[in-house]
Structures are given as structure tokens and as C-alpha cells.
Design a protein around this ligand. Structure first.
Ligand code: PLP
Length: 380
């Protein structure tokens, strides 16, 4: 990697490879198109305006989990009939904003939300299209903090509530059921998990249709994982296998559409956090490489012990290596990007790249310790 191109920038900063983003989007789109699948981009993975514009330009829909995300999607050109809105705790203001934007679909997560949405839609004389988010009790086999489809999780409607909900649908006149929604977790790398999901989805769709509720939209959520260990070898996720699996295992009738909500798989690999080494602290057992980036720039390692590949861009001579605990400057022991990482001999001033940081990176940035938000770089 050519580091001279970074020398005018103040570290730490995010840099996005827009070429890779566009290629990833194109491959995803082409594979989804094979089966007429619809893909919504999950804005929460990265809501940077330039990224949103690039994704919108390729014709993706938007999957939002807050009112502000709905507004950001509209502002960046996503058409309202391709915006869906999920979330267990939608506030009245958020619901009203989304009603005003005439979004395609609310993914409703509880009986109470159904009641409130009906009330608010009635006040505006509107009929809100909804999909019910079902908790299918499928184990995503991913980190427990990013598992969402188990009965113990707060997300979605559980199977024992479904008949009650169907009764309510007959009472509430300002909502219209158009589909079912599922999202079982994130960073799922075992495609068998999605096969289990498909089998559950088929059962739920049949259950609703037996109750005379036509299910036109089947939204299977997102969660496709990426390769954090080998970001160069697997820069683009295997969308071909992913969509093919849903094509094989979902039982789709001719009036039904299949929708996806991908976040991480679309944006993770195009982003890198660039940082400089401030100090090297040599210990008896370990050496610390102390960076000018910390958990305030990239929270995932501290939040769920996530692994990111770390590279020294200034010294690429791998014939002599040392082990370093790569840490940030924040006053928390969890502010650590990796322990006992093999790096070429590393010194003050070296540029360090933290890879695969395009998803759940910049969006989770915080001002803790009164840290400043740095600039963002875009490259081809
Ligand atoms: C977070 C989220 C997604 C996207 O998840 P990824 O793992 O980034 O693909 C999709 N749908 C919903 C409802 C979400 O909350």
C-alpha cells in the first residue's frame, strides 16, 4: 500500500476504497437479480453520505432502524417505496416521520407497536403497510451480542403470540399486513444457518396463509458475514452461494417477493481505519504498540471482542517480526485492537491499517474522552 497518499491527512482517519465498494455492490446486485430478489442496504452498518449515495445509485433499497436513518435514506436519494423500517423501540416521532415519508413497510416487532402504529396512522388518515418481524428461534452461531433470532432475545414476535396478532390485524384498520420479516443475527459465516432459517420461514408463511393472511413480501433480513482474517483473498463475499441457497430452500409462490437487508457484507471490506503509532512500550512479556486510534474510532474489538486484521504500512519487511499488543489511547483496558499480534518491527510514527472496518466502524465512533471526529478519505 502506498502511504504517501495519506501524508496530508491527520490520523486517525477512515479511508474507503470506492472501487471495491462499487464492485461489491455490482456482484451482489447481479447475483440477486438472477432470482428477482430485492436487496435493501442496512444503513446502520455505515451511514456515511458518500457511501449511501454510492449504494443508492446502484438501485438498492434502504433498511432503517431509526427515524433519523429513514430521513438519511430519503436525503441521500433512496426512493420511499424502497425504504423499510425495523426496530424494537420506535418512538412516536420516528413513526410519524416514517409515515410522513410514506415508506414501503414498517417491520413491526410487538403487539403494542401494532396498536400505536395503527393509532398514529389513523391520526394522519393513512394506512401503513407492515411486515411482522417474527422471532424464528434460529441460532445464528455468531457472537451472542449479535444474535437476534432466539426466544431469549428482545427482537420480534414469538410464535405463541401469532394468533393473537392475527386477531388484532382484523381490528386495526389503519395498518395492512403485506409480509413477514426475519433477521436472526450478524456476521453469519455458516450458510447452514440460513438454510435453517429458510425452513422456518416456509413454516411461518404457511401458518399465516392458512389463517387467510396473504404474505406477499418475505423479508429474510441480513447477516451475511465477511472474512476478517483474509480481507484481500475474500474482498467480496460469496453472494452467489448465499442467494442460491435462498432460491433453493425458500418455497416461493408467484405473487411473492423475497427481500434481503444486507449491511456488513456490502461495506465492511471497503473501509480501513488508518492510524499512527504514538509509542512503543516494551514489557517483559509483551510489547505495546500504542496507536492514536482507539475504541472511540472503532468500537467492535472492545464491544464484542471482534477480530480485525492489523498491518504495518510503513514497515513491510516481514523477515523480522515481533509480537505486539496493539492498543488505543483511551482510558479503558478494553481499548485494545489485538493481543500478541505478529508485526514487522514497529516504531513511533509508523502507519497502521486496521482492516475490514467499513461496517459498524465509523457509525459507532464516539466522543468519549472528548475525542475529536476526524476527516474521512475516499480513494479508488
Ligand atoms: C443490523 C440489521 C441488518 C443488517 O445486518 P448485517 O449483519 O449488517 O447484514 C438487517 N436487518 C435488520 C433488521 C438489522 O437490525
Amino acid at each position: 500500500m502506498d502511504i504517501t497518499k495519506y501524508q496530508h491527512l491527520q490520523t486517525p482517519f477512515y479511508t474507503y476504497n470506492m472501487d471495491l465498494l462499487n464492485k461489491t455492490l455490482e456482484v451482489c446486485k447481479a447475483e440477486a437479480n438472477k432470482y428477482n430478489f430485492h436487496v435493501h442496504y442496512a444503513l446502520k452498518a455505515n451511514a456515511n453520505n458518500e457511501i449511501l449515495k454510492a449504494i443508492q445509485a446502484k438501485g438498492f433499497g434502504a433498511d432503517c432502524v431509526s427515524g433519523n436513518e429513514v430521513l438519511a435514506a430519503v436525503k441521500n436519494g433512496f426512493s420511499n417505496d424502497k425504504i423499510v423500517f425495523a426496530g424494537v423501540g420506535k418512538s412516536d416521532k420516528e413513526i410519524n416521520d416514517a409515515l410522513d415519508a410514506d415508506i414501503f413497510c414498517f417491520n413491526v416487532e410487538s403487539k403494542q407497536e401494532l396498536e400505536i402504529l395503527n393509532e398514529l396512522a389513523q391520526e394522519k388518515n393513512k394506512i401503513a403497510s407492515i411486515a411482522l418481524r417474527i422471532n424464528p428461534n434460529v441460532n445464528a452461531h455468531t457472537h451472542h451480542y449479535i444474535t437476534t433470532g432466539l426466544e431469549e432475545n428482545k427482537f420480534g414476535i414469538n410464535h405463541w403470540e401469532i394468533l393473537d396478532v392475527i386477531k388484532l390485524l382484523g381490528v386495526y384498520k389503519n395498518i395492512k399486513l403485506i409480509g413477514l420479516h426475519f433477521h436472526i443475527g450478524s456476521q453469519i459465516t455458516d450458510l447452514n444457518v440460513f438454510r435453517s432459517l429458510c425452513i422456518k420461514v416456509n413454516e411461518y408463511v404457511n401458518m399465516f396463509e392458512e389463517q387467510k393472511q396473504a404474505i406477499r413480501i418475505i423479508n429474510v433480513g441480513g447477516g451475511l458475514g465477511i472474512d476478517y482474517v483474509n480481507p484481500d483473498e475474500h474482498a467480496i463475499p460469496n453472494f452467489e452461494a448465499y442467494f442460491k441457497l435462498f432460491h433453493q430452500f425458500l418455497e416461493i409462490k408467484n405473487y411473492q417477493e423475497v427481500h434481503f437487508e444486507l449491511g456488513r457484507a456490502l461495506v465492511a471490506q471497503c473501509g480501513t481505519l488508518i492510524s499512527k503509532v504514538l509509542y512503543i512500550k516494551e514489557g517483559l512479556q509483551t510489547n505495546f504498540a500504542i496507536l492514536d486510534a482507539g475504541m472511540t474510532e472503532l468500537l467492535r474489538p472492545a464491544l464484542y471482542q471482534a477480530y480485525h486484521k492489523i498491518e504495518n504500512l510503513s514497515n513491510t519487511n516481514t523477515s523480522e517480526k515481533k509480537k505486539y499488543d496493539v492498543v488505543g489511547p483511551i482510558c479503558e483496558s478494553s481499548d485494545c485492537f489485538g493481543k500478541a499480534i505478529d508485526l514487522p518491527i514497529t516504531k513511533r510514527g509508523d502507519y497502521i491499517a486496521i482492516r475490514s472496518a467499513g461496517a459498524y466502524g465509523e457509525v459507532m465512533r464516539s466522543g468519549y474522552n472528548l475525542r475529536e471526529a476526524n476527516q474521512v478519505n475516499y480513494e479508488n
